[in-house]
Design a protein around this ligand. Structure first.
Ligand code: ADP
Ligand code: G6P
Length: 457
């Protein structure tokens, strides 16, 4: 029996079993070790409750409740109005009233206490994402010497952007309490090491680890992936046509949370540019599924209005009575419908201005018929572009280049589509979700243990 795993993430699977890559990968690892998944309850509370069991994702989940103030200051505030824009190169969107950081630190301290109540000395603890950077420091302060790993799902920030934080040196310090720091790409690792190089407290050890005031951290990339076979099954032939009788015969698909990091306005503008110059007689269509996210944050309200305005303007200019070029759905849709849409699309546009990995890119590739595949248009600023070099890589700031890529994708000869798809599919399989979790956990198990958790700094 492997050591028990405790996974911690702000969002946990609740309700019906989810088929997202993270859930699948962690569910397998958790059930193999009889482990636990700890995260925030979907409903608010007083912030004083003990943890409670919730059902979800096919594994044992324990949830803590966040008070309304914690949701405002820790989740919407410090996590999503400071750290998210900072890591996605949008420091112009950072808002930092002091209550955000205070509450972020307080929630991390409280969650650490709750974890300490259930953790056993030989458990592996795997913390996920930017909501919990300081969690290991809080756990060490409580005396936990367990091996603790951290995986950052979003881009690692640049050194320059980190200086926006009120105490940038605390950021490196928080990370130093993890035994293993997992990042999406080699580019993220390079940015993280740049941060340590600029910090006089950090030393580089001959084995590549970083030592900071007695604490040793290994920094490596583990590109995340999806449950490939499951998604292929969902996308498989025989399912219902999601359009009913009237399916567009060739369309470009976009699927993203409506987040400013996804570059959706520029995607629409590029599609508009393509519409102007499209081959005569064609009636191309962009199907954009963009469910709302973090709606109480101003920057998300702004992007929603911007997108509605662009979609309205383009449809106004180009639509005909029997043709709507942009079909924009501002809702979440069933994953099996999503998978079918990917399969039917001639191209997928992923145009992130910054993105940790972008699982949609991998889902689109997995869903294709290898004999007659669609083409992935992929921003070079998405983590997926580091390995999926045979996608049509684009600069999402360059509208003309993206319009040309849409044209190239829709006109691409079958042989080239097959060759590009096969190369991308090889990456999708090589980096699937199960392997991602197994490789991270194998690396965590071999990390040097923390000898004195409350090391004097
Ligand atoms: P992010 O984690 O920033 O949202 P990713 O592309 O890495 O971006 O992952 C998004 C996940 O959410 C994918 O698995 C995708 O299929 C799913 N998803 C995105 N939009 C929808 C939607 N409208 N309905 C259902 N699932 C969605
Ligand atoms: C990204 C983040 C996750 C987050 C998800 C959805 O994938 O890396 O940590 O859970 O977006 O965002 P939300 O704010 O709805 O949890």
């Amino acid at each position: 029996m492997p050591p028990r795993l405790i996974a911690v993430s702000n969002r946990i699977p609740t309700g019906s079993p989810s088929s997202g890559g993270l859930v699948v990968a962690l569910r397998d690892a958790l059930s193999a070790s009889g482990g636990l998944w700890i995260g925030a309850h979907p409903d608010p509370g007083t912030g004083l409750e003990e943890m409670e069991e919730v059902s979800g994702g096919g594994c044992r989940c324990l949830a803590f409740r966040l008070s309304e103030e914690e949701i405002s200051d820790y989740y919407l505030g410090y996590a999503n109005s400071v750290l998210w824009p900072l890591c996605h190169r949008r420091v112009d969107l950072v808002e930092m009233p002091s209550t955000y950081e205070e509450r972020y630190r307080a929630v991390n301290a409280r969650v650490a206490k709750l974890i300490a109540q259930v953790a056993r000395p030989d458990d592996l603890i795997w913390v996920h994402d930017y909501h919990f950077f300081p969690l290991a420091s809080e756990l060490r302060a409580l005396g936990l010497a367990n091996r603790i790993g951290f995986f950052l799902h979003i881009p690692f920030p640049s050194l320059g952007d980190l200086s926006v934080l009120s105490q940038p040196e605390d950021f490196a310090d928080w990370l130093a309490d993890y035994n293993l720091l997992g990042l999406q790409t080699r580019g993220d690792v390079a940015r993280c090491l740049e941060m340590y190089r600029a910090d006089p407290r950090a030393e580089f050890m001959p084995d590549g680890t970083v030592k900071m005031q007695g604490r040793i951290t290994s920094v490596r990339s583990f590109p995340i992936g999806i449950d490939v076979d499951h998604f292929r099954e969902l996308a498989g032939v025989g399912g219902r046509n999601p359009f009913g009788r009237e399916a567009p015969d060739g369309f470009v698909i976009g699927v993203d949370r409506l987040d400013y990091s996804k570059g959706i306005p520029n995607r629409f503008r590029a599609f508009g540019r393509y519409l102007k110059t499209r081959p005569e007689g064609t009636r191309p269509c962009l199907v954009q599924i963009a469910p709302p996210t973090r709606e109480r944050v101003q920057a998300y309200q702004d992007i929603t209005s911007e997108l509605e305005e662009i979609a309205g303007r383009l449809n106004g200019a180009f639509a005909e009575l029997d043709w709507t070029p942009i079909r924009y759905i501002h809702r979440s849709i069933d994953r099996s419908v999503l998978a079918r849409l990917h399969r039917m699309a001639r191209a997928c546009a992923v145009t992130s201005l910054a993105d940790g990995m972008n699982l949609v890119a991998k889902e689109f590739v997995a869903a294709q018929d290898p004999e007659d595949p669609g083409v992935l248009i992929l921003s070079r600023f998405a983590g997926a572009a580091e390995d999926m070099t045979e996608a049509l890589l684009v600069n999402p700031y360059d509208i003309e280049e993206m319009a040309a890529a849409i044209h190239q994708a829709l006109e691409m000869p079958l042989d080239e589509r097959r060759a590009r798809h096969a190369a991308c599919m090889e990456v999708v399989r090589r980096t699937d979700a199960t392997r991602w979790a197994a490789q991270f956990l194998a690396a965590l198990r071999t990390c040097m243990p923390t000898l004195s958790p409350q090391v004097a700094r």
